[in-house]
Ligand binder design. Sequence first.
Ligand code: GLA
Length: 383
Amino acid sequence: MDTPTRKLFEQHFTGSPTYFAFAPGRIEFIGNHTDYNGGLVMGAAVTEGITVAVSLRDDANINIVSDAGDLVEIPLGDYQPLAGASSWTNYPIGVTKVMAALGMKMPTGYNMAVTSTLPSGAGMSSSAAFELATAKALAALYGYETDTAGFARIGRKAENEFVGMPCGILDQGVSAFGKANHLVKIDCATETFVTEPMPRGAHFWIFNSNKKHALVDSAYADRHRECHEALAQLQTDHPQANNLSQITEAQLLGSKSKLDDLLYLRAAHIVGENARVRAVESALLNEDLKAVGATLNASHESSRVNFENSTEELDTLVELLKLQPNVYGARLTGGGFGGAVMALTDADFGQAHADLIAAAFEAKHGLQPSIFHTRAGDGAKLL
Ligand code: GLA
């Protein structure tokens, strides 16, 4: 196999790679910030992702080289998150640390070369793809066994505990369980993962606004905290609720006076979003893409108004997309505070339509969005 990953590996290391692993990026289809609130979410793995090539070394070092960065050398067992230009290695090193803590024996270090076909910063979770590709490759290299959910949990633990991002299981779960032409539905309370077919004729387009909120990570952590504060206030009326997803719409309305106004909005987003995931699921079963699209639009509106994790740029993209007759619906995808919008379109939506939207967006914001058409692909695997 003469892949770019093999080439990169052989430019930097002696010998050939022993294993290659690939893991995809993801689209968040519906279910925004529901994952760390014990809720429901649907996503799709995409066909683009991260490939790693690995081999054992005979010393106690880990050497990692990427197609975008320098070679970084880390002593086996000396795992500290790095800042600055080498911080991209926190994903594989976090995974290494988690797997070692789970009992994976590493008598010597490893070489790793990594390449990506995911557009950078497109809000499609290249970080989860990197974590899952690493976990698959290291499991093969060091003889460690777990199931698909186990791989997803390793990635999330690395992200939560090493990278320091308090994410839920969405990104890693979808990257692990993805299936061509299918959506992955996750019940995050029970960590149950099921795949459901995409109706024929449904297409995904990603419009990356190329604009990021300066403090994306802290804004995400703020929402995480606000959701927990909202739950704590709701627990005075509903002590049995363990998370916001166990609160019904009627209970939330009934307890409105017990909640700070801002926390009410955050809770309304989560409670409503779970209902929207259910609505999308039944509309998909009926192959009613118009109803699916209307619910995607409603999800974006709730992000804009209740969760306040949209941006002007994302709102512009959604509004422009909604005007297109070939678009069923559009919404921000992922954490928000910048990043990308996902559009669900029919088969006739094409590059010419996308270019018109890009031109209107550029006229308003002076920024060129990156656009691409993708489809639901398979989950993480050894190649
Ligand atoms: C990011 C996180 C996910 C999820 C989404 C919002 O992608 O990594 O865990 O919380 O935001 O739904």
